[in-house]
Design a protein around this ligand. Structure first.
Ligand code: ADP
Length: 518
């Protein structure tokens, strides 16, 4: 029996359906080209031959800096084949952050896609570049002793650094066994299949990009990487998705904001589109409703989870979304995993309507945080329901409410729960209230220090910015809907919510924006 390996899982179609497209992307002249599974596998083997000649050991890290493309996928899978954990980073990563990652993981090699602008970095390990013409090693890594012989399922497939949307970035170490188990579950749940064309829109360092690559290739579908330039304009984005005959789009909720705001009618041209998978944060309900109205035939799928297990659940948004519904279901965990709600005393939450922290039981959990056993011990914990088994589960730090059928409703991160005058407050609940205000499409709330105190301040995005916001009216609306201690002191209209590199609301920037005197 062959041990689980990401390369083997994703390149299985190369033997079964070698001529099917694995990647669909524009060539150098901007004309769409199809790269077959056979051609992709040939590229992987070519890169792997060069890597293999460097005398690296199983477990030696390779930092891969690229946008998602056939070459990038080939590079990642060549590393996986040889048991060299890859650390994906996007070319947009600031130098300072890349330096921190390089210092932290101590890679044997840092390879960059052809055509990227030079960077000023102190050398850490060897250096190379790769593209259509192969992998060129510009500075060979220092050879160490070879201590390993075989690549095992328990070995590391990749290390992804989280964006640190709460706290400092951590390197999430994922084994081949975990990621292969996860992707097999996606296949069992029928997320994608042969004939699908799966558009991936996230930067390579976000595991949402790896998710797209994994889901597409493990199910014999084609991956369609969408470039950043195409995402900058709704018109270009939609034209590209249409031309590439995309059937499934993966992206964070903010991906859809510009097109919904400026040109929703364009979306009706996406006649091949069958599903939209969003993940990473809550989809503001007014925007989600609008997306559903403009794409009535498409399944909208709410993907919930964290890098520490790639994802936990995929739940169809009801079509149509009932008018009174104010929270989205994150349903039940994917096949082979289970989510349990646990209260502050460590007991399972069993009563519908009650809130608890989500614990994930799964064979696809991460191994630990890179070089951080303390942080690892904080989240890979003994199963609180029955610790005597010694089973480790993921303590997600997310809160949810139990539904009538055992389904869960995400209500926010435990660390977004703030205390106001002795009351526990979910910022998400205030945000949900603000998005029910006519004309508001998205909202974010911060607890901001003011004169030795903390006050709630809100930012909203308006459907029609020219219409302006009546702040007093917005506050009065909240006062009608919420207890007094949850009413924001001020509500400001922003043209955009600040976003992280991964496209999620950037809470740190938002806090600074709202705290700034005006
Ligand atoms: P970071 O935010 O540091 O980049 P992750 O991408 O792993 O790290 O973030 C995972 C977190 O994002 C989850 O724990 C949860 O709080 C939030 N999240 C992910 N998907 C959803 C979703 N569908 N709905 C609401 N929140 C989500």
């Amino acid at each position: 029996m062959e041990p689980d390996n990401l390369y083997r899982l994703l390149m299985a179609p190369a033997a079964a359906t070698p001529d099917q497209p694995a990647v669909v992307q524009p060539d150098e002249d901007g004309v769409l080209e199809e790269i077959s599974y056979r051609a992709l596998d040939d590229r992987i083997r070519e890169y792997a031959t060069v890597l293999d000649g460097l005398g690296l050991d199983v477990g030696d890290r390779v930092v891969v800096e690229a946008d998602t493309s056939a070459a990038a996928v080939a590079m990642l899978l060549a590393c996986a084949k040889l048991g060299l954990p890859f650390v994906p980073v996007s070319p947009q990563t600031p130098d300072s952050r890349l330096r921190t990652i390089l210092q932290s993981v101590g890679p044997a090699l840092h390879v960059r896609a052809d055509g990227l602008a030079d960077r000023e970095l102190a050398e850490v390990g060897g250096r190379g570049r790769f593209g259509r013409d192969g992998l060129v090693v510009e500075l060979p890594p220092v050879r160490g002793p070879r201590r390993r012989r075989a690549v095992l399922g328990t070995d590391t497939a990749y290390i992804v650094f989280t964006s640190g949307s709460t706290g400092r970035p951590k390197g999430v170490v994922m084994s081949h066994r975990s990621i292969v188990t996860f992707l097999r579950a996606m296949r069992a749940d029928g997320l994608a299949g042969p004939g699908d064309r799966v558009a991936s829109t996230s930067p390579l360092q976000f595991d949402f990009a790896l998710f797209g690559i994994g889901v597409a290739l493990s199910s014999g579908a084609a991956l369609v990487p969408v470039r950043r330039e195409q995402l900058d304009s709704p018109r270009r984005m939609v034209a590209f998705l249409r031309e590439a005959e995309v059937t499934q789009v993966h992206g964070v909720p903010s991906l859809w904001r510009p097109v919904l705001r400026h040109d929703p009618d364009l979306l009706s041209g996406l006649t091949r589109l069958r599903s939209v998978v969003f993940a990473g944060e809550e989809f503001p309900l007014p925007e989600l409703r609008r997306l559903q109205e403009t794409l009535p035939a498409a399944r909208l799928v709410n993907g919930y989870g964290a890098t520490e297990s790639m994802a936990a659940s995929f739940t169809d948004v009801p079509n149509p979304l009932p008018a009174g519904q104010d929270r989205l279901s994150i349903g039940h965990a994917h096949t082979g995993a289970e989510m349990t709600l646990v209260d502050q005393h460590g007991a399972a939450v069993t009563e519908p309507g009650q809130v608890g922290e989500i614990y994930l039981r799964s064979p696809a959990l991460f191994t630990g945080y890179w070089n951080d056993p303390g942080a690892t011990a904080g989240v890979l914990v003994l199963d609180p329901i029955e610790p005597r088994h010694g089973q480790k589960v993921l303590r997600t730090g997310d809160l949810a409410r139990l539904g009538e059928q055992g389904e869960l409703y995400f209500i926010g991160r435990a660390d977004f729960q703030v205390q106001i005058r002795g009351n526990r407050v979910e910022l998400g609940e205030i945000e949900g209230t603000l998005t029910r205000l006519p004309g508001v499409t998205a909202a974010a709330v911060s607890l901001v220090p003011r004169l030795g105190n903390h006050v709630l301040m809100a930012a909203v995005v308006l459907d029609d910015p020219a219409a302006g916001l009546d702040q007093a009216e917005a506050i009065a609306f909240c006062a009608k809907e919420l207890p007094a201690y949850m009413v924001p002191r001020s509500v400001h209209a922003l043209s955009e919510l600040p976003l992280t590199e991964n496209g999620k609301v950037d809470r740190a920037v938002l806090n600074r924006t709202l705290a700034a005197p005006r």
